[in-house]
Design a protein around this ligand. Structure first.
Ligand SMILES: *Cc1c(COP(=O)(O)O)cnc(C)c1O
Length: 234
């Protein structure tokens, strides 16, 4: 079995190769290590191999690990799971980024609950890019309005968009979903011409990171390819 350090190296190589093949600048894609369901020790191993950004989906599990790992400097924590409104306070208090804001109410609560002494919370809006019935995310046509809401909140910093395409489709359809998300990011930028730093397209996971990078991803969220298969969903 390959080690976490080996896996980080091979995923980093996949990212470099895809970036080069897409004729995009070196180092324009960051690797977010998705450590949900994984013990804090796995995060220590990834840290020792140079990884700093970690993504978590389940809040109580995440907060326990964040508190256990305060001895590691420069960790960057990203919340990437669906958000219930009674969970916003802990997200605002413990995370640097959240990728899954999908409605104004959640954005306003995160803004209220973010300590104004801290740097603003970096926010990506999650878009339900394939209009799936049971998936989190705002409707594609609501994205710009939600972006304008977030842009006005002082303790949030709008950074971009996130999506999880319907995985039960062929590569070409997944590619087209990534392409639509990239187009929506352009629409958001045009709707907010004065707002600086909207630079993030969070898309691509273990199985489709190459497609996502070809379509402009700046952040790929990788779990399985780094840490191995997860136990079945609870
Ligand atoms: C679990 C998860 C990932 C990682 O998926 P893998 O297929 O294990 O790489 C990425 N993004 C989100 C939002 C997730 O929930």
């Amino acid at each position: 079995m390959s080690s976490i350090a080996d896996n980080i190296e091979s995923v980093t190589r996949r990212i470099q190769k895809a970036t080069l093949a897409a004729a995009r600048p070196e180092h324009c894609v960051t690797l977010l290590a998705v450590s949900k369901t994984r013990p804090a020790d796995d995060i220590r191993k990834a840290f020792a191999a140079g990884q700093r950004a970690f993504g978590e989906n389940y809040l109580s599990e995440a907060v326990a690990k964040i508190e256990e790992l305060t001895d590691l400097p420069d960790l960057e924590w990203h919340f990437i799971g669906p958000i219930q409104s009674n969970k916003t306070r802990q997200i605002a208090e413990h995370f640097h980024w959240v990728h899954s804001v999908d409605r104004g109410k959640i954005a306003r609560r995160l803004d209220d609950q973010r300590n104004a002494q801290h740097p603003p919370l970096n926010v990506c809006l999650q878009v339900n890019i394939d209009n799936e019935t049971s998936k989190a995310g705002c409707a594609p046509e609501e994205t710009t309005a939600l972006a304008k809401t977030v842009a006005e909140l002082p303790n949030l910093r709008l950074r971009g968009l996130m999506a999880i395409p319907d995985p039960n489709r062929n590569d070409n359809d997944i590619r087209l979903s990534f392409r639509r998300l990239a187009q929506l990011l352009d629409d958001v930028r045009q709707a907010l011409p004065e707002y600086e730093g909207i630079d993030t397209l969070s898309m691509g996971m273990s199985a489709d990171l190459e497609l996502a990078i070809q379509e402009g991803a700046t952040c790929v969220r990788i779990g399985t390819a780094l840490f191995g298969a997860r136990a079945p969903k609870r």
